[in-house]
Design a protein around this ligand. Sequence first.
Ligand code: MLT
Length: 326
Amino acid sequence: MNRGFIRWALAAVGMLTAAQSFGQNYPTRPVTIIVPFAAGGPTDVIARITGEYFSKALGQQFVIENVAGAGGTTGTTRLAQAKPDGYSIMMGHMGTHGAAPALYAGLKYDPQKDFAPIGLVAGTPILIVAKKDFPAANLKEFVAKLKDPAAKIKQAHAGVGSVSFTTCTLLTSQLGVKNIVAAYRGTGPALNDLVGGQVDYMCDQIVNVVEQVKGGSIRAYGIATAERSPALPDVPTTKEGGLPEYQVSAWNALFAPQGLPKEIHAKLADTLVQALEDPNTRKRLAELGSVIPDKAGRSPEALAALVKSEVARWTPILKAAQTAVK
Ligand code: MLT
């Protein structure tokens, strides 16, 4: 066996060992979780709960960085272009990795190619929520108001491509109505204005509104899932309210940049599976109305399949609603 081959083989083994030890020791410094919306919204809340478990489990701080703008696509682009070294990950969702391609002709990332899917964190049922003195006693009266041009109803959302934008676009296109809209950097700030009465309603993820609905500072006209949520048992389903066609849930999931070393990918995916088995993490997510994925739904492969199916689902709906951003 010649000397050159031996040198090559030793170098290869050295690199492999270094890569494995790099993966085994990961993380050796804090990790950034990009949240592509303002602090205090549903994506932020889910990221913070998840990050707290990761910090404890992996012994390094998982630090939230809110990178808001353009309906979540600014922060998502930031992650797609980040080094795939495991020190930048993100909390994405149905908007950033499902709806955005249909809405941004010049989108700077491909949800199916530019990320390493780590795993689904939480399903998030959608509620139609309104300011507390909205002049409607139930969903039927709410819909009648939406259809009345003289009512000049104002809808809040977190930017074109956000979950709140996408799910309210589904609602208004089903009803054949157009609203005045107000875009925010997240549904955290939007909720403040809903409580204050500056806007009339929004379609939001349950984790953002449970406390306000329970406290009566806003009102919920319906939850767009087949069954009521244990977190808000008094909120009727849209089907009960006479709007059975409005069925929609969102989801939040962890992503890393494409090209993540497989040892690090596996460590992050395994830690997420553990997080969703952790009683405290489960309790906090469930109290906010999250639907915790079953074991089969937590893998990177399951998330890759979900992203593919969500892009396919939302593209025709959003194109038909002619909401593309030129
Ligand atoms: C959205 O897509 O509406 C976002 O989740 C809002 C947010 O997290 O602030």
